[in-house]
Design a protein around this ligand. Structure first.
Ligand SMILES: [Zn+2]
Length: 109
């Protein structure tokens, strides 16, 4: 089958290493493009990936949050489940920096 993304390569059976939010989920069967490297999983595998992410407690951790003002600074609300996952507590030191147009908050001590 021809790759629907680049329309140049052929799709071949292989395995992909899946990660979500930096957490390794495992290897899953996929069709991989010989030209662009794009991988495609069937609906059953996609469901398995979702189940693995749920078991590891990371499913749904990516979400919208609001920027608010506190004095002259801006504050970003960190949802409770994200804070729990990262074991973030009030008063903890974190390191923030831009990464292109993204804001990175390094929670690692
Ligand atoms: Zn391709």
């Amino acid at each position: 089958m021809r790759c629907p993304i680049c329309e140049k390569g052929e799709l071949k059976k292989g395995k992909v290493k899946e990660t979500m939010y930096g957490v390794y989920l495992g290897e899953f069967p996929a069709e991989i493009c010989s030209a662009c490297g794009e991988s495609f999983t069937d609906s059953e595998t996609t469901k398995k990936i979702e189940e693995t992410a749920k078991k590891k407690g990371i499913w749904g951790l990516g979400k919208k949050t609001k920027v608010s003002r506190t004095g002259n600074s801006l504050a970003v609300r960190i949802p409770k489940d994200v804070a729990d996952f990262l074991k973030l507590e009030e008063g903890r030191d974190v390191f923030i920096h831009p990464d292109g147009t993204n804001l990175v908050i390094e929670a690692k001590a």
